[in-house]
Design a protein around this ligand. Structure first.
Ligand code: NI
Length: 182
């Protein structure tokens, strides 16, 4: 695996919209494999290419995955169920909303409850280059919307009030400068 690092707030690359992928080939599949390995290792439930400073419209996710401790709490290990989405487009959003706690590997150790459409349909190209549509609800709907946001240069903290969002950004800017964060 190629050595790649997850970039974090306030890296300006996170605000850059990602470019569409022109074709699904072995090079892209190798990137997706790297992304999955990094995501599972982090651990996380989703990772967009732009978080590795590669601004292309691709992300990976696995809402089945739980950290070791959680597996015990929830009664046994769940099998991995990785999903790769290329050039995803949300073609339907329900009016009904739901709230899930979100975090992001690019905003370490910060979590917040975010309200989003409860159900969506996403159209995307899969790992084999086949166009698909997937109806998503519950956590899957949240994760797909969170990852599509990444491809548009948007972060989950943008869904918070401006005051809360600015507080988070300020904390990460200070940390990046090596200042002590209160
Ligand atoms: Ni994220």
């Amino acid at each position: 695996m190629t050595k790649r690092d997850i970039i974090t707030l306030p890296d300006p690359m996170l605000r850059k919209p990602s470019a569409p992928v022109e074709r699904v080939d072995d090079e892209l599949r190798a990137l997706m494999d790297d992304m999955l390995e990094i995501m599972y290792g982090a651990p996380g439930v989703g990772l967009a290419a732009v978080q590795l400073a590669i601004p292309r419209r691709v992300f990976v996710l696995d809402v089945n995955y739980r950290r070791a401790g959680e597996e015990e709490e929830e009664g046994g290990e769940k099998p991995r169920a990785p999903i790769c989405m290329v050039n995803p487009e949300i073609i339907m959003r329900s009016e009904a909303l739901h709230v899930h706690e979100e975090g992001c590997l690019s905003i370490p150790e910060f979590y917040a409850e975010i309200e989003r459409p409860a159900k969506i349909i996403v159209r995307y190209i899969d790992r084999e280059g086949i166009q698909r549509e997937m109806a998503c609800e519950n956590m899957l709907a949240t994760v797909v919307q969170h990852e599509v946001d990444h491809l548009n240069g948007k972060l989950f903290i943008d869904h918070l009030s401006r005051l809360k969002r600015d507080r988070v950004i300020k904390k990460f800017v200070k940390a990046a400068k090596g200042e002590v964060v209160a």
